[in-house]
Design a protein around this ligand. Structure first.
Ligand SMILES: NC(=O)c1ccc[n+]([C@@H]2O[C@H](COP(=O)([O-])OP(=O)(O)OC[C@H]3O[C@@H](n4cnc5c(N)ncnc54)[C@H](O)[C@@H]3O)[C@@H](O)[C@H]2O)c1
Length: 363
């Protein structure tokens, strides 16, 4: 299966002898970024930004930052000269404008998922980073979990043979995120519902296991089943259930099912199954607890099931890998290219759902 070509980019990072100075915009999920950066060697937290001044002050206190490192205005932080790199962890509709502004200010960017609201925005972000010789990463932290890495190890070593199908489902019984009026389920601010929120991780995890083959075509159907009853006082104009079917170069296929709300048997369940000519792999997570990873194959004519007793313990965080890519002038593992490829799949599913047709993916 042909993998997408990875472009090696030039960098303008500070001298490797000095620590990499990072900032974070958006202090909800952004606090997770701060906790991860805190544990990265050769990296210092040099600024934070949030329009919510209560969150801003709390983060300043927790991370021991001076008042001069706290910014209610993200652009002022980008222009301050305090940073080499920044994480963007704001609501989705701000990923594109804030990433573009940070890149234009000469900063490397680690953007939260989804990379953007749509493919056109994502493409502009990737091209701008490329043109300016800056790193653009996406916070695809789910693929970096030990369980996902364990399956990737088998797949990438060729132990599963040629992988011809992957199935991933991520269901919640009742789990539409956000309180009344939240941006999460307002399409103008989120770009979509459970697909762009959870499906984005599901797609990245499977695609990274498959080696990010080129996407040929996408089919899908979105539904809003519980939005009106579960969020009666809010705009809730996005999907809470989605199915997708993706055809890849080389013949492999992916089946996707995601819900924020459904009459599912568990409060939350993720099941990923990888089917190869030499073996299969299954990951099952129920209510955030991983069952042991299982590998199924044939040995000496016998069908065997292997249950992994341990998982990889050397998995870097996305933030550690991003900083490493800056300092060593490499590519972040969770790259802007991957964010763009996933965005094309998501857009394809939305378009297919609207038109009732399979969507061919160009370029
Ligand atoms: N990777 C993951 O596992 C994961 C998990 C949760 C959320 N996320 C992503 O993180 C992002 C944020 O989600 P969240 O749950 O933290 O949302 P949130 O609404 O809790 O937090 C967003 C923060 O951004 C701030 N903000 C808004 N506009 C801003 C601006 N112009 N400048 C500075 N700050 C601004 C808000 O005040 C708020 O504090 C989303 O893109 C979401 O998809 C990722």
């Amino acid at each position: 299966m042909a993998a997408r070509k990875t472009v090696r980019r030039k960098t303008t990072s500070a001298t490797p002898a000095a620590p990499t100075r990072v900032g974070v915009v958006g202090l909800g999920m952004g606090r997770h970024h701060l906790n991860c950066y805190k544990n990265v060697p050769d990296c210092v937290i040099a600024g934070v930004s949030d329009v919510d001044t209560t969150r801003l002050a709390a983060a300043g206190k927790e991370y021991g930052l001076p008042a001069s490192a706290l910014f209610a205005d993200a652009q002022a932080m980008f222009d301050s000269g305090l940073l080499d790199a920044v994480s963007i962890a704001t609501p989705n509709f701000l990923h594109h404008p804030l990433t573009m502004a940070a890149l234009k200010a000469g900063l490397h960017v680690l953007c939260e998922k989804p990379l953007a609201m749509d493919t056109a925005q994502a493409r502009e972000m990737v091209r701008t980073a490329e043109k300016r010789g800056l790193k653009l990463g996406v916070h695809f932290n789910h693929r970096m979990t030990p369980a996902a890495r364990a399956i990737a190890q088998y797949a990438h070593a060729g132990d599963l043979g040629e992988i011809y199908h992957a199935r991933i489902s991520w269901h919640r019984r009742r789990g539409i995120p956000g309180g009344p009026g939240s941006w999460f389920f307002d399409s103008k601010r989120s770009g979509g519902g459970c697909l762009i929120d959870l499906g984005v991780h599901a797609m990245d995890t499977v695609m990274s296991i498959l080696g990010y083959p080129k996407v040929l075509a996408v089919n899908g159907q979105t539904r809003n089943v519980f939005g009106k009853t579960d969020k009666p006082t809010s705009v809730m104009d996005v999907e809470d259930f989605v199915t997708g079917y993706i055809r890849l170069e080389g013949g492999a296929t992916i089946a996707l099912e995601v819900s924020w709300a459904s009459h599912h048997e568990h409060p939350e369940q993720v099941v990923m199954a990888i089917y190869g000519t030499e073996g299969g792999a299954v990951r099952r997570t129920e209510n955030y607890v991983d069952a042991p990873i299982r590998i199924h194959r044939r040995e000496h004519g016998n069908l065997v099931d292997v249950q992994l007793a341990t998982l990889p313990s050397d998995t870097p965080t996305v933030q550690a890998d991003f900083v490493k890519s800056i300092r060593e002038d490499g590519n972040p593992q969770c790259s802007g290219d991957h964010g763009l490829a996933v965005m094309q799949i998501l857009d394809g599913i939305y378009e297919s759902s609207r038109t009732g047709r399979e969507v061919r993916i160009k370029g």
